[in-house]
Design a protein around this ligand. Structure first.
Ligand code: IDP
Ligand code: MG
Length: 198
């Protein structure tokens, strides 16, 4: 068996390698590079185009907190791609909070969300959905950590200042609900390669 293996190596494989060694090396290194690139794009390249819906609720607008909330997202390194102020309709609210419509507190939530205008925003950046949930804090401000928006600016679940989408799928649905395509801007900020690997 080992004689046969040796014959195959010396008679076929070795002469073939020496005849085509440059091509073989290129093929092997090309394959390794392609493999590495594939792995890299799947696992470590950031999804810099992820988007989420953030909305300053009527209590936040009444209390002049819009600027401070925007500042937190800018400071963190996210990019604003959509912004508007609106009086929310019952219809929009019912679609936005469709998972809560049967809850006993829904009527008071509806009243709260129409106490005044809301400032709706779309923020973009790597992992923005999860990071902004952390920045916004627990739904119930009594349980929200200091340093979060809710933990710093509110005390009760019925007036928790801000909304943030809770998943990538939820964010896509909410952005489509609140914004028309033409209201969102695709633009490259000049610090993009400094805040995140392109
Ligand atoms: P989230 O805003 O942290 O995602 P959700 O469970 O989706 O929390 O609830 C949506 C909103 O409904 C909350 O932000 C809050 O304004 C309101 N809400 C939730 N639970 C209660 C409650 O028990 N009483 C009054 N309002 C509530
Ligand atoms: Mg929610």
């Amino acid at each position: 068996m080992s004689v046969l293996r040796s014959c195959v190596f010396h008679g076929v494989t070795r002469p073939f390698y020496w005849r085509h060694r440059e091509t073989t090396k290129e093929l092997v290194s090309g394959f390794a590079a392609a493999l590495l690139c594939g792995l890299r794009s799947k696992s470590s390249l950031p999804d810099v185009r992820e988007r989420t819906l953030i909305a300053v609720k009527p209590d936040g607008v009444h209390r002049r907190l819009v600027g401070q909330i925007i500042q937190r997202f800018e400071q963190r390194g996210f990019k604003l791609v959509g912004l508007k102020m609106l009086q929310v309709s019952d219809d929009l609210l019912a679609q936005h909070y469709c998972h809560l419509r049967t809850k006993p507190f829904y009527p008071s939530l509806q009243e709260y969300m129409t106490l005044g205008p809301v400032v709706a925003m779309v923020w973009e950046g790597h992992n923005v959905v999860q990071t902004s949930r952390t920045m916004v804090g627990h739904t119930n401000p009594a349980e929200a950590q200091s340093g979060t928006v809710r933990g710093d600016f509110s005390i009760h679940v019925s007036r928790n200042v801000v909304h943030a989408s809770d998943s990538r799928e939820g964010a896509e649905r909410e952005i489509q609900l609140w914004f028309q395509g033409k209201e969102l801007l695709n633009w490259d900020s000049c610090d993009q390669t400094i805040t995140c690997e392109p």
